[in-house]
Structures are given as C-alpha cells and as structure tokens.
Design a protein around this ligand. Structure first.
Ligand SMILES: CC(C)(COP(=O)(O)OP(=O)(O)OC[C@H]1O[C@@H](n2cnc3c(N)ncnc32)[C@H](O)[C@@H]1OP(=O)(O)O)[C@@H](O)C(=O)NCCC(=O)NCCS
Length: 182
C-alpha cells in the first residue's frame, strides 16, 4: 500500500481510507483500523485487533465516530479493542502496552506508559493517567480517573464511589486499597 509506505501491513488487515499513519507501524493479520484512526510512529497493532469501531454507548447506532488518536511506540499484542470516541476522539498517548483481549471503551484517554493486561476492561470516558496498570481481568467503571502509577489488581472491580490515589494498589470486588506503593 503506497499510501502507507514505511509501515508493515499484513495483506489481510482492513484499513479504512480515512486512516492516517506515520512510519514504522506494524499492522497484523486480520486487524481492523476503522474510520478516523490516526496512528503516529512505531506502533504494533497485532492480529485481530479492532481499533476505532463504533463506540458502544446506549446510542450505539447513532453514535458519532470521532475516531481514535494514537501516539508513538504503543504495543497491542492481539485481539485488543479500542472504540471510537463519540464526543471527542479516544486518545492513546505513547509507550502503552495492551495484552490480549484488553478493551477500552469510547472517549477514553490513555496516558503514557499505561498497561492493560489480558482481559482487562475500562469503560467509556475513563482517563488512565500516566503509568497506571490494569492487571488480568480487572474492570473499571466508566468515567473514572485512574491516578498516576496506580495498580488495579487481577480480577478487581473498580466501582464509582472508590477514592483512588496515586500509586495506590487496589484489589477485590468491590475494589479496596491494599497499600500505597512507595
Ligand atoms: C495486586 C497485586 C499486584 C498484589 O500483589 P502483592 O502485593 O504481592 O499482594 P499479596 O499477594 O501479598 O496479597 C496481599 C493481600 O491482598 C489480597 N490480594 C492480592 N491480590 C488480590 C486480588 N487481585 N484480588 C483480591 N485480593 C487480592 C491477598 O489475598 C492478600 O490478602 P490477605 O492479606 O488477607 O491474605 C497482585 O495480587 C496481582 O493482582 N497481580 C496481578 C499480576 C498480573 O495481572 N500480571 C499480569 C501478567 S500478564
């Protein structure tokens, strides 16, 4: 694909004509980049990832597609889904890590060095601040802010009333503060 010169794109990947990308990106087999996705440089979008599909808000079928803006050096291993923004674009900044089946809903903002491990889910409009980590199978309620360098332990459910602090480690259902990392 001449338009995406400088990138490695598997022949089975499906890329909407509106997608823009820099250089050094890898797009794997059967990955789908939907309308209004913008990629910077050196991102790895592994097999079967779906980036920028319509936001699953209550208004699913009328949702606007504001797209997804992705910075540089992000890695999505496989089957990761990141939905399109409905109010503003969904944003993924730089150096994030997404393991298989991780999902971020519409209008999320994912800051630098955030990690979403296998099967973790963050609801729509969540902001995951720099360095926050969402471990295996954890779930975060929509519209919350995960503070800097916090850890959401495996299988933890973060509900909307919990007070979250920088470097806090949270476990359980409902989530509780285990300790604050020094
Ligand atoms: C949250 C976590 C980091 C805490 O690790 P830790 O500090 O070593 O905690 P410990 O194992 O010493 O457990 C401390 C207490 O918290 C509880 N606890 C720890 N993790 C928990 C979890 N995810 N859910 C519920 N309770 C948990 C333990 O049962 C223990 O309780 P107790 O004091 O009543 O016995 C870790 O348990 C975790 O969730 N790791 C996930 C790793 C992961 O997803 N890796 C991704 C690989 S791809």
């Amino acid at each position: 694909m001449e338009k995406y010169k400088g990138n490695t794109i598997h022949p089975s990947a499906i890329i909407h004509p509106t997608v823009k990308m820099g250089i050094g990106n890898f797009i794997g087999a059967y990955a789908i980049l939907e309308e209004n996705v913008v990629l910077g440089d050196n991102n790895y979008i592994g097999p079967h990832c779906i980036i920028g599909d319509v936001g699953e808000s209550i208004k699913f079928f009328e949702s606007e597609r504001k797209g997804v803006i992705i910075g540089n050096n992000n890695r999505c291993t496989k089957q990761v889904t990141v939905d399109s923004g409905t109010v503003n674009p969904t944003v993924i900044k730089n150096n994030t890590l997404w393991l298989k089946n991780a999902h971020a809903g519409h209008d999320c903002v994912i800051e630098d060095h955030v990690q979403l491990r296998c099967n973790s889910i963050i609801g729509g409009h969540v902001t995951a601040q720099e360095g926050s980590k969402i471990y295996l199978g954890a779930i975060v309620h929509p519209r919350l802010v995960l503070p800097k360098n916090c850890i959401i332990g495996m299988g933890t459910i973060i509900t909307k009333r919990i007070v979250l602090v920088d470097k806090g480690i949270y476990v359980g259902n409902p989530g509780r503060l285990l300790r604050i990392e020094e």
